[in-house]
Design a protein around this ligand. Structure first.
Ligand code: IMP
Ligand code: MG
Length: 175
């Protein structure tokens, strides 16, 4: 039996998929005539990235990075470690960082600076979720799925200690 208890569904699969289509259409419009690279931040952003990707009508590539700032706890440590780096060059390319959730903003602020140092043409951010109430570092999210409150979220790629990534909806942990 799981030690975790889940709350009600916050966003259904259908709501998330519809939002992914809307965002992909905006991206296709914003970068019309150009190519983009979506850089998914492993592992939480994988499902969201594949959803957005499939509705982008552009010359699009994907790459991935793995970073950790969390361990298995529910509080950020403020330290970002790169566990897997980009495979391709992003020099002079349009990069869209694809995240699962922006919480304190520590991870994303670090990644944006890391990417900018590699001389891309543009860097933007697409995140499935954000928790505005917990922001410590200011970061701009160009393409946002949904805002959530100060709760620990799981499902649709997001985990706690590697569990619940497979849930086809977004929910939260309850005490
Ligand atoms: P930040 O650096 O505090 O913004 O944290 C970002 C990372 O922490 C996200 O990419 C997630 O991997 C993880 N994270 C933050 N909040 C949650 C949550 O509610 N559920 C699951 N993972 C989370
Ligand atoms: Mg993450």
């Amino acid at each position: 039996m799981s030690e975790y208890k889940l709350g009600k569904i916050i966003f259904t699969k259908e709501e998330i998929e519809n939002r992914a289509i809307e965002i992909a259409e905006r991206i296709s419009e914003d970068y019309k005539g150009e190519s983009v690279i979506l850089v998914g931040i492993l592992r939480g952003a994988v499902i969201w990235l594949t959803q957005v990707l499939q509705s982008i009508d552009l010359d699009v590539e994907i790459d991935f990075m793995a970073v950790s700032s969390y361990g298995d706890a529910t509080k950020t440590s403020g330290v970002v470690k790169i566990n897997k780096d980009l495979e391709g060059s992003i020099e002079d390319r349009n990069v869209i960082i694809v995240e699962d959730i922006v919480d304190t903003g520590v991870t994303l602020a670090y990644l944006v600076e890391y990417f900018k140092a590699k001389n891309p043409k543009t860097v933007r951010v697409c995140s499935l979720l954000e928790k505005p109430s917990r922001r410590l570092v200011p970061v701009k999210i160009d393409y946002l799925g949904f805002e959530v409150g100060d709760e620990f979220i799981v499902g649709y790629g997001l985990d706690i200690a590697q569990k619940f990534r497979n849930l086809p909806y977004i929910t939260s942990l309850v005490e």
